[in-house]
Design a protein around this ligand. Sequence first.
Ligand code: NAD
Length: 277
Amino acid sequence: MYTFPTYQDLKGKVALVMGIGQTNVPGSKIWGNGAAMARALCSNGVKVFGCDLNLQAAEYTASRLQDEGRICDVTTADVTSSTDVKRVVEEVMAKHGRIDILVNNVGMTAAGDPASMSEAVWDVQLNLNLKSVYQSCHFVLPIMEKQGSGTIINNASIAGVSYLGKPQIAYSAAKAAVIHFTKVTAVMYALKGVRLNCVVPGMIYTPLVENLGRSEKEEDREVFRKITEHNVPIGRMGEPEDIANAALFLASDAAKYITGQPLIVDGGLTSQTGTGQ
Ligand SMILES: NC(=O)c1ccc[n+]([C@@H]2O[C@H](COP(=O)([O-])OP(=O)(O)OC[C@H]3O[C@@H](n4cnc5c(N)ncnc54)[C@H](O)[C@@H]3O)[C@@H](O)[C@H]2O)c1
């Protein structure tokens, strides 16, 4: 079993994880980013409540956690629906009476540059990757403000920082906006005891990537090759546990003087010029 670091202050806290499932269930032996973050929180004694559009995927995470002796509640919800998000927040409040940690993990890309991408795809991408973050913050921030404490971790992407060699304009723009949303909201809530930060993953080998390699479509396998034949300075792709470790740190009191920050977890990828080491 993977051993996460322990932060004593996290014990007994309540976390809501949006997008607790993963691609490729049941079956994948690796963890999605949201599932790994839930696992890290559970291993620290956090009471985790998670939701996902795909209930089977959420239940898969819950059952794997149960196999490790952890308990987490899951439900189905579409993070682009304010009705769903409101309901989930109310369910957590009914069960635990508070929300100490909010993780916004849902995100997905679609290919295209501004000329080739349709308006419909652009709208779906912005709703899924950006509006979803506003939506959960809209319902959770007033709760955290009332508590006088809370921390929010938004999962962005290095696509929101740099061009990654494949056009994904809406995803890139939305993830950049998530980083800025986090920065400015963090300032607005700094005196209210609420911290907001981003984890900014680089190339992470999650079940989503694993699935691309197994796809029958040649274009998926081409994307898989592009992702896995990387030039990451550290010499490997990241693992979901690398993202979970960063999120765990940001959620804990070890990061109590850190707010509004993007924590880039990319093995040095965005720090290089492309001219080699
Ligand atoms: N895998 C990478 O290399 C990578 C890199 C950078 C950033 N990220 C970010 O990490 C996050 C998770 O990525 P992953 O690779 O683990 O993906 P994943 O697809 O395995 O997990 C995402 C989960 O979100 C759920 N979901 C999708 N739409 C939803 C909706 N409308 N409402 C509720 N749940 C919904 C899916 O069912 C799935 O369980 C995303 O925000 C992604 O942008 C991933």
